[in-house]
Write a protein that binds this ligand. Structure first.
Ligand SMILES: NC(=O)c1ccc[n+]([C@@H]2O[C@H](COP(=O)([O-])OP(=O)(O)OC[C@H]3O[C@@H](n4cnc5c(N)ncnc54)[C@H](O)[C@@H]3O)[C@@H](O)[C@H]2O)c1
Length: 312
């Protein structure tokens, strides 16, 4: 049977480094388009064993290249972005160009016979009092959240995407993002042996990076049912306060812990999220906080990360 071709933009990133091997193992022909902005490509080495893997070093702002690569694909998974508000704040113009104009290039190139899935974020909601569903009015507070909401709208204007608003990711991946809250807490607890935490009562919602990868595969299988829809992706059992998380880490490793209001989360994420809609499509996250933390702690005991915060 002829293999279906998947284009993964940003496939050398944190999510991509887990997703691409998964797609190859499922029998897809995979092309990654990535400008390798944060790494030298080490995390994609594992894919070259397969002659169904192709890597294109390039930029989603390059419309000619995007048209060509999208034109060759059956399915598009759009991950490439400047991710998180600290990275976007570093260079707002670049963030706008990549996150919004780059997405528009993809959106314009997609044809009706192709599928398109987009990685958005819970940061589009902003500060929410009640439990958040997909019907909750988006009110992003940061340039990152605003960019991602603009990108969602552009995609909806041009095609019928599946849009995922992910919880905050954590967990091990080939490219390990250390700016993510849990990854950062674990790294500091183990390597600097102290942690200062602000807004300890803030309720956050998390998802393991392997579950993020799984939902894209689910979307490929269920595209007809899910297309044109937006889904929160995570699980109610993964809603925790920041204090809950540090207590779980402290149960495994001793470190100096201090709570102090020395900073603020710019997205003001203090909410619980409802995940009924994605569950109704047959998708359930699998990796619990305890499992994800155990893996992370076992690995970070051994591995040191050079320049852990280089992307922000
Ligand atoms: N990790 C999370 O917590 C999380 C949560 C919600 C949503 N998301 C979304 O998932 C997607 C992937 O996030 P990630 O955690 O893997 O981030 P990441 O920063 O690790 O990966 C992004 C990738 O995009 C590439 N890239 C950046 N600009 C590019 C450009 N102009 N052209 C081509 N490639 C470019 C980078 O080199 C990088 O490999 C993003 O769209 C992000 O907004 C992530």
């Amino acid at each position: 049977m002829e293999r279906k071709r998947v284009l993964v933009t940003g496939g050398a990133g944190y999510v991509g480094s887990v997703l691409v091997p998964e797609l190859l193992s499922k029998g897809f022909e995979v092309t990654v388009l990535d400008n390798l902005s944060y790494n030298n490509g080490r995390c994609i080495l594992q894919n070259f064993y397969s002659n169904h893997f192709q890597f294109v070093k390039g930029d989603i702002r390059d419309r000619v290249l995007v048209d060509k690569l999208v034109g060759q694909a059956d399915h598009i998974i759009h991950l490439a972005a400047i991710v998180g508000y600290p990275a976007c704040r570093k260079d707002e113009r670049l963030a706008q160009e990549v996150n919004v104009i780059g997405t528009e290039n993809i959106a314009r190139a997609v044809q009706p016979h192709q599928t398109i899935q987009f990685a958005s974020t819970g940061s589009v909601y902003g500060a929410i009092g009640e439990t958040c569903t997909e019907e909750t009015v988006a009110n992003p507070l940061t340039i990152y959240g605003k960019n991602k909401l603009d990108a969602e709208n552009i995609l909806k204007e041009h095609c019928t995407p599946i849009i995922y608003r992910f919880a905050t990711a954590f967990g091990l991946a080939g490219r390990l993002r250390m700016d993510l809250m849990i990854n950062d807490f674990v790294y500091q607890a183990i390597h600097t042996k102290h942690l200062i935490v602000y807004e300890k009562h803030f309720r956050r919602t998390f998802i393991h990076v392997r579950d993020i990868a799984r939902v894209f595969v689910h979307g490929l299988e269920k595209y007809e049912e899910m297309k044109g829809q937006t889904y929160n992706v995570g699980h109610e059992t993964m809603n925790y306060t920041k204090e809950d998380i540090v207590n779980k880490i402290r149960a495994r490793v001793p470190f100096y812990l201090h709570f102090a209001e020395f900073a603020k989360d710019q997205d003001q994420r203090d909410y619980e999220v409802n995940y009924q809609k994605i569950r109704a499509t047959g998708f359930e996250t699998k990796i619990s906080m305890d499992t994800g933390l155990r893996e992370l702690m076992d690995a970070l005991e051994i591995v040191t990360i050079p320049n852990p915060y280089s992307n922000i």
